[in-house]
Design a protein around this ligand. Structure first.
Ligand code: SIN
Length: 490
């Protein structure tokens, strides 16, 4: 259990209609610290009945919230933003304990998540429609932006604060109300965030949080999918779950934002600045122990610079400190759970069996501390036949693929159903534009490994989903366009 300066942040009940309530069945499920696989808290294990109550509250709160002047909604979001930053250290400790994110990175996540709240507080006051030049005399054509209604937000465990903040903040800014379900591995951060929203003065029913175990999650989510009052679903997580949400929400034709799986290529051309490329790969691959949708999954290095790049990379990776996330020295914490670490081990074993060579890492470590640690790993001689080339490893493993020409590497980089992020390093300006346009992804890092920011549109193409989070585009997903045509004015 993390020690907090504000212990009330640790909540265990649902927030529905401004009330902290147990699940209707009275059930609870354990929250586990991935560092030692021990349960340290219990939270409400909700079912469809709790999910419907949350929608009742959000639907009842919608008319008043959506009619509030944008400036008032913005002020409440700003107050929430300030409270998040005031409680940065406590929130970081909760994130570290339930997710296994090293403390330093968890502090960064609080800032990162808060930046979306601030950004959308500001954007709320800039929602504009259009007045269109009339085609017929005596008519006015006006275009309004209106909030879609109740939004269901379903969020992942890898950024327990940032992902929910960047869904709730634009929804509230647009005038929508929210029902949210955080991942079962990391419910406590979301509940703490909701408590802070309440302290900021958010009216009852505007933000509702329902927690559920892995077993009861389908009951909660399916209740929201079937409910015609829920007008939008926003989800970050796996592509199979995203497809299920798209199928099941078709009956009521909800608006959808889906930020799904990735299989990001990271390409180092022979004209790249190798030190910058190593820095970029360290930042993007090993952030959160490699448990991010945008982290490079396939590292393509040109034959001419391959050995020099691998040598520099292996030195840096071999020096990463692995340890319990709440220890200050930790750079790579435990993986989220046993399924995650088993998948990493399976990918490395499969790669080695198919001819890859381990340069550093390649094994489970620190088993005396807990079962979820995996050594940061560099593999060479990776090929498209290996599992780690087709599927996200979601762990601290950098497989290196050798390439010889630009056309070949672009073809291989795009040879995946996914299209979230891609990265490449080159100093040739013509190549930079050629490659940036040829890569089939929603986001491209050019000589840069850390691409996410509240001012930028985050999202993918192909089976990585649709919709954008952050930037001015992030509000559009929570609004619809209404056209007014007024006649008899001439
Ligand atoms: C994710 O992994 O889904 C989000 C990563 C980010 O916001 O940078």
């Amino acid at each position: 259990m993390p020690t907090l300066s504000e212990p009330t942040l640790l909540r265990s009940q649902n927030l529905i209609d401004g009330q902290w309530r147990d699940a209707g069945l009275g059930a609870r499920f354990p929250v586990t610290d991935p560092a030692n696989a021990e349960a340290f808290a219990n939270v409400a294990d909700s079912d469809a009945g709790d999910a419907r109550l949350a929608v009742d509250a959000a639907a009842a709160a919608f008319p008043a919230w959506s009619r509030r002047p944008a400036r008032e909604r913005a002020q409440l979001l700003k107050r929430w933003h300030a409270l998040i930053l005031d409680h940065q250290e406590d929130l970081a400790r909760i994130i570290s304990t339930e997710q296994g994110k090293p403390l330093k990175e968890a502090r960064g996540e609080v800032q990162y998540g808060a930046s979306y709240v601030e950004w959308f507080a500001e954007e709320a006051t800039r929602i504009c429609g259009d007045i269109v030049a009339e085609a017929v005399p005596g008519r006015k054509l006006l275009v309004l932006k209106e909030p879609v209604g109740v939004v269901a937000a379903i969020t992942p465990w890898n950024f327990p604060l940032a992902m929910i903040a960047r869904k709730i903040a634009p929804a509230l800014a647009a005038g929508c109300t929210v029902v949210a379900k955080p991942a079962e591995d990391t419910p406590l951060t979301a509940l703490a965030l909701a408590w802070l929203a309440q302290q900021a003065g958010m009216p009852a029913g505007v933000v509702n949080i329902v927690t559920a175990s892995r077993e009861r999650t389908p009951g909660v989510v399916d209740a929201w999918l079937a409910d015609s009052r829920v007008r939008k679903v926003t989800f970050t997580g796996s592509t199979p779950v995203g497809k299920h949400l798209a199928r099941e929400s078709a009956a009521t034709l909800k608006k959808l934002s889906l930020e799904l799986g990735g299989n990001a290529p990271f390409i180092v051309f022979d004209d790249a600045d190798l030190d910058a490329a190593v820095d970029g790969l360290m930042a993007s691959k090993f952030r959160n122990g490699g448990q991010t949708c945008v982290c490079p999954n396939r590292v393509y290095v040109h034959d001419a610079v391959h050995d020099a790049f691998v040598e520099r990379l292996a030195q840096r990776v071999g020096a990463l400190h692995v340890g319990p996330a709440t220890e200050d020295a930790a750079q790579i914490g435990p993986m989220i759970n046993a399924r995650a670490v088993d998948k990493i081990a399976r990918h490395v074993e499969d790669a080695v069996a198919r001819g890859a060579r381990v340069v550093t890492g390649g094994k489970r470590v620190r088993s005396a501390d807990g079962p979820h640690y995996y050594a940061p790993t560099v593999l060479v001689d990776a090929t498209p036949a290996m599992e780690l080339s087709c599927e996200e490893t979601f762990g601290p493993v950098a497989p290196i693929f050798r390439f010889r020409d630009e056309a070949e590497v672009i073809r291989d980089a795009n040879d995946t159903p996914f299209g979230l992020a891609a990265y490449f390093y080159s100093n040739d300006i013509r190549r930079i534009w050629r490659v940036a346009q040829a890569l089939e992804t929603g986001m491209v890092g050019i000589n840069e490994g850390a691409i996410a920011a509240e001012a930028a549109p985050f999202g993918g193409v192909k089976e990585s989903g649709y919709g954008r989070e952050g930037s001015r585009h992030g509000l559009d997903d929570y609004m619809h366009t209404k056209y007014l045509c007024q006649g008899q004015l001439g």
